[in-house]
Design a protein around this ligand. Structure first.
Ligand SMILES: [Zn+2]
Length: 214
């Protein structure tokens, strides 16, 4: 069992985070093939957490948790299945519109729209370990989203703010960020899947934003 937030702890010790998300060093490439591809395009690793103090925020639904309306840590619960993302919660004293969501990676915005189950959603196409992935940011206040499809974001750029709890901005959910990373370039909105094997199409965000991909 890894310790998923060790880098955040280090970051806090070094007092290097402040209000900005932690930027982690890129992982050296090893194979000749990946070196060749990195010469053709800029490095697109360098993932960060989309919210500051991320380690403190994962208190209800980490990646991969199986929930039902009966046993979910969030009540009431309308979903059943394995959670495809990581939920980052509000901290005491925060209001949703004051919580800035940052691009976790460098890449193009491919969607910024309202989606059932999420309210406002932004999806970004990025690279992790040399492979295409999409990063999904769910439950945003769509009318405060500041990015558009076709726009390339740098890791750390502001995307918008969290949606107000139990409103159309969150599609009736509490205020939080659902952050998911899906393998491949195609956009996938599923927040839950019914089998653990299907969950393999997603990456545990804790491994990406703490290791930079390794
Ligand atoms: Zn979620």
């Amino acid at each position: 069992m890894r310790t998923p937030f060790s880098m955040f702890g280090l970051c806090l010790l070094l007092a290097a985070c402040g209000t900005a998300p932690a930027v982690l060093p890129p992982v050296p490439e090893s194979s000749a093939a990946s070196q060749a591809s990195s010469m053709q395009q800029p490095r697109t690793e360098g993932w960060i957490a989309p919210l500051d103090r991320a380690a403190e925020r994962v208190t209800k639904k980490p990646f991969g948790i199986h929930v039902t309306p009966q046993d979910s840590p969030v009540q009431p619960e309308r979903f059943t299945g394995y959670h495809t993302g990581m939920d980052l919660e509000l901290l005491p004293g925060e209001t949703p519109h004051d919580v800035t969501v940052h691009a976790a990676c460098t890449g193009e915005v491919v969607a910024a729209q309202r989606v059932s189950g999420y309210g406002g959603v932004v999806v970004q196409r990025c690279t992790w370990n040399g492979e295409p992935v999409t990063a999904l940011y769910g439950h945003l206040a769509l009318d405060r989203v500041t990015v558009s499809p076709g726009q390339t974001l740098q890791s750390g750029d502001a995307i918008g703010v969290l949606g107000t709890a139990y409103s159309t901005e969150t599609d009736g959910e509490r205020a939080h960020l659902h952050f998911a990373i899906h393998h491949g370039a195609a956009v996938e909105y599923k927040g839950y899947v019914s089998t653990q094997s299907t969950l393999g199409a997603w990456v545990d965000p804790a491994t990406v934003i703490t290791s930079g991909g390794s």
